[in-house]
Design a protein around this ligand. Structure first.
Ligand SMILES: [Zn+2]
Length: 92
């Protein structure tokens, strides 16, 4: 296996994940928060989600670009355009 650099804390670790085992726990709890938030709110921008649930934009972008949230991302773009927000861009 390759040595990778954690996308959250920057430490080096050996795994197939993007984050180290320590940060994986944080990722998981953020994803649960995100899921709950998206179930109960209509969202227009990453900014809004980020400040409402306290996830940094970088981490949020990472979560929302996963398969689970692909449709959310699409809707987000649509909604944000309709509301006059700048189109969000996520580099995958
Ligand atoms: Zn880490």
């Amino acid at each position: 296996m390759d040595c990778k650099r954690c996308k959250r804390c920057g430490c080096f670790f050996v795994s197939t994940n993007d984050v180290c085992p320590k940060c994986e726990l944080k990722d998981n709890s953020e994803i649960i928060k995100l899921r709950n938030y998206l179930d109960n709110n209509e969202v227009y921008s990453l900014d809004e989600i980020s400040s409402n649930i306290g996830i940094t934009q970088a981490n949020l972008a990472r979560h929302i670009s996963s398969d689970e949230f692909k449709n959310v991302y699409k809707n987000l773009n649509k909604n944000s355009l309709a509301k006059g927000f700048n189109n969000i861009s996520i580099s995958l």
